[in-house]
Design a protein around this ligand. Structure first.
Ligand code: NDP
Length: 241
């Protein structure tokens, strides 16, 4: 059976990606850091649909925990799809950002992605598809997220570099850059802030995790076999690069 790994696959956008790739026929190894309950619920739901799934506790900032991923039998057997989805966004004013905070964000969003890739790369099949969840802010920047925006920009350029390095192998890597998506990241919004966000989006709604999962499903499918190194913006027209 084909295997897909989804980091941070137990809640939010990652949970939608896990469910969607399971319905596409992949067994799902999803990772979580702190939220074991939601992760186990997603695994149970996928198993109930007849597809195998497992949740693995893995803090991507800890190289020892990431290294353990390589010992999982599904990883040893070969990985067709890797989705690097995990991420943190703490909203810190760019003027207030300190070095410790910058390091925390970079170590989760960027270095954590690198560690996962570096651990899994020898288990990827020749035609493996990798999807990285970036952000519109990785291109636009943000006064409340200089660290976050920089980490997402780094992710995108790193992924593009990898795409160019695959040579004759058929591996592909692409970046999905969401706009506003209804997850815990937006949960702290007041009603006014939410209404203002909706007004800002030409399609007049906040995106759903399924909007992102559908794009990931396309990018790991045969239908996108000539697409690599690309950033696909999924944002209802909020930001048009
Ligand atoms: P959530 O905050 O809902 O989920 C974040 C996920 O990342 C969780 O599964 C969490 O795991 C995991 N995670 C955080 N820190 C670590 C860590 N150190 N090690 C391993 N896993 C970790 O966010 P979303 O679902 O909204 O975001 C998913 C991705 O989409 C992120 O990369 C985010 O930056 C990006 N994105 C989201 C947007 C939005 O509007 N929602 C917009 C643009 C991009 P756990 O809960 O177990 O700790």
């Amino acid at each position: 059976m084909r295997t897909a790994i989804v980091t941070g696959g137990g809640r939010g956008i990652g949970a939608a990606i896990s469910r969607r790739l399971a319905s596409d026929g992949y067994r799902i190894l999803l990772t979580y850091c702190n939220s074991s309950k939601p992760a186990e619920m997603v695994v149970d739901e996928i198993r109930d649909s007849g597809i195998d799934s497992v949740a693995v506790n893995c803090d991507v900032t800890d190289p020892r925990e990431v290294a353990l991923l390589a010992t999982h039998p599904w990883v040893i057997a070969g990985v067709e799809v890797l989705v690097i989805n995990h991420g943190r966004y703490d909203r810190v004013d760019a003027q207030e950002l300190d070095f410790e905070h910058l390091r925390r964000t970079m170590s989760t969003n960027f270095e954590g992605a690198f560690l996962v890739w570096d651990t899994i790369k020898h288990s990827l099949t020749d035609d493996a598809r990798i999807c990285v969840i970036g952000s519109q802010l990785g291109t636009r920047g943000s006064p409340q997220g200089a660290d976050y925006s920089a980490s997402k920009a780094a992710l995108a350029v790193w992924a593009r570099s990898l795409a160019q390095s695959f040579g004759t192998s058929r591996k592909r890597i692409n970046i999905v850059a969401p706009g506003f998506v209804d997850t815990d990241i937006l949960a702290g919004d007041s009603a006014e802030k939410r209404a203002a966000r909706i007004q800002e989006v030409p399609l007049k709604r906040i995106g759903t995790p399924d909007d992102i999962a559908g794009t990931v499903s396309f990018l790991v499918s045969e239908d996108s076999k000539y697409i690599t190194g690309t950033v696909i913006h999924v944002n209802g027209g909020l930001y048009l690069p």
